[in-house]
Ligand binder design. Structure first.
Ligand SMILES: C[S@@+](CC[C@H](N)C(=O)[O-])C[C@H]1O[C@@H](n2cnc3c(N)ncnc32)[C@H](O)[C@@H]1O
Length: 209
């Protein structure tokens, strides 16, 4: 059973602040967006896949005030805590596979953050293929996940993910994350890599479509 929604409802109107504080134990989202801006300075049409409640979306909307943002997730809770600008930002409950069929090549920038470890292994290749399908031919993907290792912080992250989300999470280490991307995008499509503060488990890649 997922404990996250029960615990979160106890915080009432402070839920977003508490969620942000909890997340900051594992990742500095502002440092992440600073890296994204360095990699992709002026996207026009952004697709955020697995946007969740909108924490990254909010920062993307601030960083790219002129861009159109489409944020999708399979959860009906998509965008629930988003407090950013409303114009040119759309939240949809939709799979990336459906988006790739509906708007092939429709986005010059696609971003996926901390999603793949929640996706069943058998579905991962289809998700990566669909990310590619959504990208314009000169488009860029930022792919970020929590990389598995033998540290205490990884154990803490995994344990809290299991109990809070109730998902059957499974993590890949950095080389396996790279291999997953290359099976979908091809060899040498990863053009840069970064780790995001405060832990080296926050592993992000810039990928050419
Ligand atoms: C840890 S949250 C990350 C949310 C957001 N990307 C962020 O960083 O704030 C993981 C998200 O992945 C979503 N997810 C899980 N499986 C998915 C799938 N097959 N397709 C799209 N999203 C999925 C979940 O619904 C959840 O919102």
């Amino acid at each position: 059973m997922a404990l996250g929604p029960i615990i979160r409802s106890m915080f009432g109107r402070h839920e977003a602040a508490v969620a942000n504080l909890y997340r900051s134990i594992f990742i500095d989202l502002d440092a992440y967006i600073a890296q994204v801006v360095k990699w992709v300075p002026a996207p026009r049409r952004i697709l955020e896949v697995g946007a969740g409640e909108g924490a990254v979306t909010e920062r993307l909307a601030r960083a790219f005030p002129l861009a159109e943002i489409v944020a999708i997730d399979i959860t009906p809770r998509v965008g629930r805590l988003y407090k950013g600008r409303q114009e040119r930002v759309t939240f949809l409950q939709k799979t990336v596979q459906d988006m790739a069929v509906e708007q092939p090549g429709g986005f010059d920038f696609v971003i996926l953050s901390d999603v793949i470890h929640h996706v069943p292994t058998a579905l991962r290749s289809a998700i990566i293929a669909a990310l590619r399908g959504c990208l314009a031919s000169d488009g860029l993907l930022v792919f970020k996940d929590w990389a598995e290792d033998r540290t205490v912080i990884h154990w803490l992250c995994k344990t809290s993910d299991v109990y809070l989300t109730g998902d059957d999470v499974s993590y890949l280490d950095a080389p396996k994350l790279e291999a997953l991307i290359e099976t979908g995008f091809g060899a040498k499509t990863i053009v840069d890599r970064a780790t995001i503060a405060p832990w080296r488990n926050n592993f992000a890649m810039l990928v050419r479509g």
